[in-house]
Design a protein around this ligand. Structure first.
Ligand SMILES: O=C(O)CCC(=O)C(=O)O
Ligand SMILES: [Fe+2]
Length: 289
């Protein structure tokens, strides 16, 4: 993989050479034309080392603390968004998906509001903000690969379909993911179908059966990550989280919604979102919670 840094002023995106598929980048003071060209063509960007080691430790600790807290307090959902429960690596209860995490951790919130992420907001559009309290908020994910796991991976999907469940048309939207483990191809992890963000609505809805389809695609790209890496993907891009080939392995990620436009704010009275109710039903059928 090549490391690409463009610091000199560059011409408009249309004249910029797009680096080859699989390129990785460094997050600087602004998103470069090269980076924009790559995002436009392939629908995603991979930035290396956006968080330092200390910050990686901080997020891992927050994830463990919130998990401990919600389990101790018997919290099952936050603002109508269910927490996903399942056994952890050592078999004791764990939470695989924690929504609204930055609302309950001022240190996580201030980390994500750090200046280094400002250039990313420019990508989303003017007035873009971190959706700490919008949709599902900042989500902490844990994928556990043990025989008892109820979520060793995540089936094919686009993130834009959520908009349809929130009763609005999928808008242009970017998802920012932070990664907390060393993940090579054999560790499973994020797989993308580059370029599918430009598909029409029909392909976005019907290309693959949402969430239940895990089969590898001949065109999928495997994103290999180190702790502290960041990925950005277009909400319309097809992707999945592949199960690890190593038993007793875990992968952690954090997803940050950046949005513009009218916020979708939920509160403690909000009803469980339909797609989460369907998801919970499917997990229960598999023995999860
Ligand atoms: O964990 C990841 O890298 C991806 C998670 C994801 O695609 C999602 O939560 O929608
Ligand atoms: Fe996703």
């Amino acid at each position: 993989m090549s490391e690409i840094n463009v610091t000199a002023p560059s011409p408009e995106v249309s004249n910029v050479d797009c680096p080859p598929l699989g390129a990785t980048f460094t997050l600087g003071a602004e998103i470069t034309p090269t980076q924009r060209a790559y995002l436009k063509r392939y629908g995603y960007l991979h930035f290396k080392g956006v968080l330092n080691e200390e910050e990686v430790q901080l997020v891992r600790r927050v994830q463990d603390e919130l998990q401990e807290r919600w389990i101790a307090e018997g919290v099952k959902e936050l603002k109508g968004v269910p927490l996903f429960f399942g056994p952890g690596l050592d078999g004791s209860p764990a939470i695989y998906r924690i929504p609204y995490s930055s609302e309950h951790s001022p240190e996580l919130r201030s980390l994500l509001d750090d200046e280094r992420f400002t250039p990313l907001k420019a990508l989303v559009g003017s007035g873009a903000r971190v959706g700490h309290s919008e949709q599902d908020g900042v989500v902490l994910n844990r994928y556990v690969n043990t025989p008892d796991s109820v979520r060793p991976g995540l089936g094919w999907h686009t993130d834009g379909l959520r908009d349809i469940f929130y009763l609005r048309m999928p808008k242009e939207m970017l998802n920012f993911g932070l990664h907390f483990d060393h993940i090579g191809p054999e560790d499973g992890g994020l797989r993308l179908l580059p370029g599918t963000h430009t598909q029409g609505l029909l392909s976005m809805i019907f290309k693959k059966p949402y969430f239940i389809w895990h089969r590898p695609d001949p065109n999928e790209l495997c994103v290999t990550t180190e702790p502290g890496d960041m990925t950005v993907h277009d909400g319309r891009l097809w992707h999945r989280v592949a199960q690890s080939t190593r038993l007793n392995a875990e992968r952690r990620s954090l997803f940050v919604p950046y949005s513009t436009g009218a916020p979708i704010i939920r509160d403690e009275q909000s009803r469980t979102v339909l797609y989460h109710r369907i998801g919970r039903l499917l997990r229960r059928l598999k023995g999860g919670a």
